[in-house]
Each structure stands twice: as structure tokens, then as C-alpha cells.
Design a binder for this molecule. Sequence first.
Ligand code: ATP
Length: 303
Amino acid sequence: MKQIVSTHNLSKRYQGKYCVEDLNISVEEGEIYGFLGPNGAGKSTTLKMILGLTRPNNGIVSVFGKEFNKNRRLILSQTGSLIESPSYYGHLTGLENMRIVQRLREVPEKNVMEALKIVRLDKQIDKKVNQYSLGMKQRLGIAMALMSFPKLLILDEPTNGLDPAGIGEIRELIKSLPERYGITVLISSHLLTEIEQIATSVGIINNGRMMFQGSMAELKDKSHSTIMIKTRNNKLAQELLYSKGFYSMQRGDSLVFENLMDEEIIQANRSLVTANIDVLRIEENKKSLEDIFLDLTGKEKSL
Ligand SMILES: Nc1ncnc2c1ncn2[C@@H]1O[C@H](COP(=O)(O)OP(=O)(O)OP(=O)(O)O)[C@@H](O)[C@H]1O
């Protein structure tokens, strides 16, 4: 697989404080890379550094295998982006706005309607952008970024402020881009559910540092389960099972065990029954992706 974006020890400080620190991102061709992190984690700053809009204090950005600083024009000519809210002239129509960008970027004229069709604005081209809904404005921004049919599309929180239907539409649109047009997508969000539904790979950033990077499947693999056992005498049960090599924690009215195999659950249950300790419940609790995200971003635990 070809690397489309890679950063090496990318860092940015504001007023002496790191907001991005030693970040190594790797986005491969054809991926939808979800860049996930809570508000203020450093996502926008990172994307701006990748696009040359903000100068890093340290580190290297490479796009399409070429160092950004030495190949700026070439890289930007093959990259589309939507960072923060789209910029447009509200008193002009959608089509007029697109035409301005088309001329500035020297993109073939036919791409204008093609991009508008993809974002499903082709029936609204003569409406003034001031009269567009938020979702339509956002789609216009994506059409502008798409117009040159770039090899790489960078979108910073493109669904911010949209209602669920609008979010769904943009999600489906983005999902279709790698296959239909061979576009690699780097998209940021602070919403795990968003990234979960769209991304093939994910990078989780917190306080400017990468906490996890890998495929969505690898992230999901982290969701190991716990076993909860509730008995009529948890204290006795805990002591007995500890003596048999099963470590547990008391949570609520249950004992919680990590990483128990089926055979071990059978053994633990048998020990309790043999010792005349009544077992009321044995339950499995799977860690959700949400729990993993909170573990990674809430407790500042690095992988
Ligand atoms: N120009 C700037 N001057 C000073 N501090 C800045 C500047 N830009 C960003 N920061 C700080 O850097 C940190 C990261 O900001 P950034 O916008 O990159 O986060 P983010 O992950 O994109 O969050 P959000 O989702 O809220 O936009 C924040 O603490 C922010 O206040």
C-alpha cells in the first residue's frame, strides 16, 4: 500500500505549550482515515500543518511520498480540503461560487457540475448561498474541495452542526469517494460514532499526542469482555476464588473478573457451588468502543 500522508514527529507549540507533540500519522492509499479526538485535542492544528496553513515547530510532513516543504505546489494541486466552515460569497449563487473557485484553481469547467451532482446540489445551483441550509452550505464546501477530483481530500469535522439526516447524507457521500473516484480521505471528528461508521483506519489524538493508530478492526479488538458474578455472599466468594487463582474486584453487588476463558468460568462456578455459595447471576459485559475511547482520551493512558 502506498502512503498518501505521513508525518514524522510533527509538533506545534502555542505560547510555549505543545498542542501537537511528536505526532506520527500514516494514511494509506484508498483509506478513509478517521482522525478522532475530543475538542481541543489538536486535530485542526494537525490538519492545517499537513496542508501548509500552519507552520510546525518541529517535524516533517510528507504527502504522496514527497516532502511537503519542497513540493508544496504539486501536493496542493492534488489535494482538496475543507477546514473549519467553508468560505463562500453569500450573495452569489452556488454555481457562481463554484465558478470562482474553478477559475482560481484552473480546473476544467465540466468538473463544476460533476462535483455539484456528487453532493446533490445540482438542482439548487441558482439559489443564493445565503438561502442555503447549513447542510447545503457544507455540501457546497465539499463540492469545492472535490472539484479538482483530488487524490487526497482532507475534511475537518465536515458534519459539525448538521442534523442527523444531513450527517447521514454526508457520511454516505464520503464513504463512496475512495471506490468511485480513487480519493483517499482524511477526516477529523470528535464523535466516535461518526468515525466508527465511516473510517477504515483511525488515529486517536488526545492533548496533542497519538493514543492509538491502526485499523478500525484493531481498535474493535480492544473491546475485551469482563465477567460479573453475583452470589449470596460475595466476600466469601471472592476469598474462595482468589485462593483458586481468580482475581476479582467488587463492583456494586457483583464481583468483576477480567479475561476469563469459558473453562475458567465453569471452574469458578463449580468451586462456588461446591462450597455452598449460591450463585445468583453470571453475566458477560463487553467493553464498548465508547469505553475504549474514554479509556484512551479520558485517562490519558498511552498505548
Ligand atoms: N492560533 C492559536 N493560538 C493559540 N492557541 C491555539 C491556536 N490554535 C489552536 N490553539 C490551541 O491548540 C489546542 C488545539 O486546538 P485545535 O483547534 O487544533 O483542536 P481540535 O482538536 O481541532 O479541537 P476542536 O474540535 O475544538 O476544533 C487548543 O488548546 C487551542 O486552544
